[in-house]
Design a protein. Structure first.
Length: 246
């Protein structure tokens, strides 16, 4: 079934030129994005790329000894796997859905590769997105020297940017894995943010109550990547779209 450009909630696709989207449109398939759905496995061939229309996807680095830690995330503003845009069909990272989305668009990697070679404007558009993701990664390195509370504030802001409303469906166990810290440390950090009235904590859900306060706490680790995304892609990362999946 055809997926018209004006029907998708993916911001990266919405910002694409109509001619470039037309090249890809016949090959898109809209699929559900349940929590824990693996989009790519580390070290495996990348057969498809995905453009989420909602939900949050984690990019996770897996070390040689089997440890894992989130190194990036994206939602309806982005795509996976950016390694394909850089000319390779494998990645040492894995990607999976951390917060369920209703739908995303799946595209065969070979179709994207062919279109990438065919269209200079598509190539420029997607490489600009890769640059935005590299800036997000550099901000993560900056955040590595912060306290757990500061890193948690940044991560919650990034998650809330990619959903509607202010309720982020996350457990302490998941946050622990994503931040690469022990669960007791996450519990203490969450309690501190609750005490400071920055968030409310319900079972499986964190409610952002004071976004400005979280931004102050996160400091310089949050904001640069988000501003650069808008500059590079031409659309704000946090955007409330009115269209619903067809």
């Amino acid at each position: 079934m055809s997926v018209p450009q004006n029907s998708t909630r993916n911001i990266l696709l919405q910002a694409m030129s109509g001619d470039d989207y037309a090249i890809l449109e016949p090959h898109f398939k809209r699929i559900p994005l349940p929590v824990k759905l693996q989009l790519h496995a580390a070290g495996r061939a990348i057969d498809y790329v995905y453009f989420p229309e909602d939900g949050i996807v984690s990019i996770v680095a897996v070390t040689l000894d089997g440890k894992s830690c989130e190194v990036g995330l994206f939602g309806r503003e982005g795509m996976s796997e950016t390694a394909t845009v850089l000319g390779t069909d494998h990645s040492p990272h894995e990607a999976y859905v951390q917060s369920a989305g209703v739908s995303g668009l799946r595209l065969p990697t070979q179709i994207l590769n062919d279109a990438f070679e065919q269209s200079p404007t598509l190539r420029r558009h997607l490489l600009r997105y890769v640059q935005a993701m590299m800036i997000q990664l550099s901000s993560s390195i900056t955040a590595a020297g912060q306290t757990i509370e500061q890193r948690l504030a940044r991560w919650l802001l990034m998650c809330s940017d990619r959903i509607d409303g202010n309720e982020v469906p996350l457990t302490h166990e998941f946050i622990s894995m994503m931040l690469g810290v022990r669960r007791p440390g996450v519990t203490v950090a969450v309690e501190q943010l609750v005490t400071n009235r920055l968030i409310a904590n319900r079972r499986g859900i964190i409610v952002v109550e004071d976004r400005a306060g979280l931004q102050r706490l996160a400091g310089g680790s949050y904001g640069l990547a988000e501003t650069e995304y808008e500059r590079l892609v031409g659309r704000p990362l946090k955007k409330e779209l009115d269209v619903a999946p067809a």
